[in-house]
Design a protein around this ligand. Sequence first.
Ligand SMILES: *Cc1c(COP(=O)(O)O)cnc(C)c1O
Length: 453
Amino acid sequence: MTTKFNPKIWPSTTTENSGVISVGGCSLTSIAREFGTPAFVLDEADFKLRAQQWKSALDKNFGANAGTAYYAAKAFISKEIAHWVEQSGLGLDVCTGGELAVAKAAKFPADRMELHGNNKSETEIADAIDYRVGTIVIDSLQEIERVAKIAHNKGVVQKVLLRLTPGVDAHTHEAISTAHEDVKFGFSIASGAAWDAVLSTSKHESLSLQGFHAHIGSQIFVANAFETSAGRLIEMLAKYKTQFGSELPELDLGGGYGIAYVDTDNPNDPNSILENLSATVTAECHKHNLAVPKISIEPGRAIVGPAMITLYEVGTTKEVVLEDGSKRWYVSVDGGMSDNLRTALYDAVYSINLVNRTSSAQLIRARVVGKHCETGDIVIHDVRLPSDIVPGDLLATPATGAYGRSMANNYNHMVRPPVISVLNQTARTIIRRESYADLLALEVDEPPRKISE
Ligand SMILES: *Cc1c(COP(=O)(O)O)cnc(C)c1O
């Protein structure tokens, strides 16, 4: 029998022995026995390896002009992850007060942090400035005034970038495409909003404009989308130089680097992506007679996505006859849209493997579904699985590290699964499974209060 897992999709320490798959030297059958299912299993070595690969690719290709490789916290964050990110020499990009709170709890170095968000509250901005977060990425005209006022009141000169929309169609799903014109993010370059933002930022002494940022979307494979975006930001740097007579020191080119979810996905490695980007940046800066600024990037998915898998136990199975007379086999697992929202949210595709034994049974057309009261509760739309799968078998979906646990929810009052970190034949819980008590703890028995006008 051929290897049943595709190494391109599974964490790098994955091995197989008589049909049993192990990650970090821990068999998934033992993980299920010790920690229960569903569970996220995180390959610590793989996470750190990928984090370091992005950082060293940035350093290698941009040399003295390498800025910060920010890990995008929204893909998945916890205090332990923040420590790994710090140890690997990366920065951290947070976009809410909650993500900032985790970074603070982990004592993440503030000067290596960035605050994002299209609707930051005054409290979030104030908290970030109090923590001395290195960079705030500004997203609207009102926010320029807000950040300026709060920084001024605190006697701080805050470094800021302006998030621009370069008008690039990144050929990814609409919900995760962020830089064409009709989106909520950033200042449009084409409409002139970006330049207005530059003028308005430069009026404030409490703001120190460092340069521009763009994030063109997520799960992007078209390399030249990044390059087109970089080119447009560099034109803005050139315009700034012409009008102000000085050069801005930084460009942040965002994240969005695609990963492999299924056999047909072929992502480029960090080094070749940044090699191409570096060539474009150097050529464009040269063309406009600019020094190459510090270049920062923000990979999220490309670091944590492939490092984590979701382990499920099979519950029931059912054969359904379709309109055309063909059959589809529904295989239900003990999780679903509460631990993996991406399939329901944007038709994301995943692969899945039987991980607790070998099977030489015929492969049949199957759909893997969750246990929620919702037809759209689908983990994998269409997959071929061995026909002898029975209740109690273990299935695992690889590449669920990004936007899996971080988008997990309590729909149907499901408890969110734990994250089990594995390394060198050891396993430990870094986020525990929720309990019914956790869910009930939010309910309060409060007498009505008179609310004054
Ligand atoms: C989501 C996001 C990222 C990370 O995107 P990935 O696809 O996970 O790499 C980076 N920067 C910004 C501003 C984002 O919103």
